[in-house]
Write a protein that binds this ligand. Structure first.
Ligand SMILES: Nc1ncnc2c1ncn2[C@@H]1O[C@H](COP(=O)(O)OP(=O)(O)OP(=O)(O)O)[C@@H](O)[C@H]1O
Ligand SMILES: [Mg+2]
Length: 270
C-alpha cells in the first residue's frame, strides 16, 4: 500500500470515528492570533469576485443564498470545514471558494478562514490581489509558527492562509500527518468559525481526495454545459463514501447582450 493509499485509508477510518462524534473532542485550544493585517485593493481583485466588486448584483446574491444554507447547517458546529473542489481543472473552484468565504465573512457575526490548498496552482492570493508569498506549503515543510502565516483582511472577519512557495512534493505534503493534524487543530481552535478550503481538481490529482476525507463536507463545482456527466459521476464515485458531499454547485457562464453573466445554481445530490 502506497503512502497516499495509507493516508486515504487512515482518514476514511477516522472519518467513521468522527461520524460517531468521538474525534475532535480533544482539549480545546486557543485560536491562533495573527497580528498581520492586510488590506485588499479592489482594483487588483479578479473580476469574478462578485461578492466584493459587485455586492448588489444578482451573482453576489446567489452566493448569499448558498451562505444562508451553509450557516443553517453549520449551527451545530459539525459542518464548518468545507472543501471546494471539482472533477477537472478550470471549473471555477477558486472563484467559488473566495466568493463563498467573503460572503460568509460579510455577515455580521461569522468569522472565516480561507485556506489555499492548491499547492500546485495557487490562485487565492492572486485573485484577491494580495502580495503574500509564504503559506501552507512552508508550514508543512519547515518549522514555522503557523500564526505568522495568517493574514487578517479588511473584509469582514476574513483571514487568509495562502498556499505558500511552490513545493516539489505537493501530494506528499497534503497527505502528510502534519497536514491532517493541522486541519483537525484548525477545526478545534476555530470551532466557532467557518473554514473554506480551495483545492486542486479531483480526477487528475489525489490531493482533494485526501482532503475530502478529513473535512466536514465537500462542495463540488461543476461547469454547467461543459463538464460531461460521466466525468462528474466519475468524480462522485471517486469520492465514494469517504466524504460527505454537501452539494453540487453548477457554475455557468451565460452570454447576454450586455456581456457574460455569472450564474450559480446549487443542487443537492441527496
Ligand atoms: N461563473 C463564471 N463566469 C465567468 N467566468 C468565470 C466564472 N467562474 C470562473 N470564471 C473564470 O474562469 C477561470 C477559471 O476559474 P477558477 O480559477 O476559479 O477555476 P478553478 O477551478 O479554480 O481552476 P483550477 O483548476 O486551475 O484551479 C477564471 O479566469 C475565472 O475568473
Ligand atoms: Mg483554482
Amino acid at each position: 500500500m502506497s503512502r497516499i493509499e495509507k493516508a486515504l485509508a487512515k482518514a476514511a477510518s477516522e472519518r467513521k470515528v468522527r461520524k460517531r462524534g468521538v474525534l475532535y473532542k480533544q482539549e480545546s485550544q486557543k485560536a491562533w492570533v495573527t497580528s498581520k493585517q492586510i488590506s485588499i485593493d479592489h482594483s487588483k481583485v479578479s473580476k469574478g469576485i462578485v461578492t466584493l466588486l459587485e455586492p448588489s448584483s444578482i451573482h453576489a446574491e446567489q452566493f448569499r443564498n448558498l451562505r444562508t444554507h451553509i450557516l443553517s447547517t453549520g449551527e451545530d458546529k459539525s459542518h464548518r470545514l468545507f472543501l471546494i473542489t471539482s472533477s477537472v481543472k478550470g471549473e471555477g473552484k477558486t472563484t467559488v471558494a473566495i466568493n463563498l468565504a467573503i460572503s460568509i465573512a460579510q455577515s455580521i457575526e461569522e468569522t472565516v478562514l480561507l485556506v489555499d490548498c492548491d499547492l500546485r496552482l495557487p490562485m487565492v492570493h492572486t485573485m484577491l490581489g494580495l502580495d503574500v508569498k509564504d503559506g501552507l506549503a512552508d508550514y508543512l515543510s519547515n518549522d514555522i509558527e503557523f500564526s505568522d502565516l495568517l493574514y487578517k483582511t479588511d473584509i469582514g472577519k476574513l483571514t487568509v492562509l495562502g498556499a505558500g512557495n511552490p513545493p516539489s512534493n505537493p501530494s506528499e505534503l497534503i497527505g502528510s500527518e502534519k497536514m491532517e493534524t493541522l486541519l483537525k487543530e484548525i477545526k478545534s481552535r476555530y470551532d466557532n468559525r467557518y473554514i473554506i478550503i480551495d483545492s486542486p481538481p479531483l480526477l487528475p490529482i489525489t490531493d482533494s481526495n485526501i482532503l475530502g476525507s478529513i473535512v466536514d463536507s465537500i462542495i463540488l463545482v461543476v461547469q454547467a454545459g461543459q463538464t460531461p456527466k460521466d466525468t462528474v459521476n466519475q468524480a462522485l464515485s471517486f469520492i465514494g463514501d469517504k466524504a460527505d458531499i454537501m452539494g453540487i454547485l453548477l457554475n455557468n457562464v451565460e452570454k447576454t447582450s450586455e456581456g457574460y453573466y455569472y450564474k450559480y445554481d446549487y443542487s443537492y445530490p441527496k
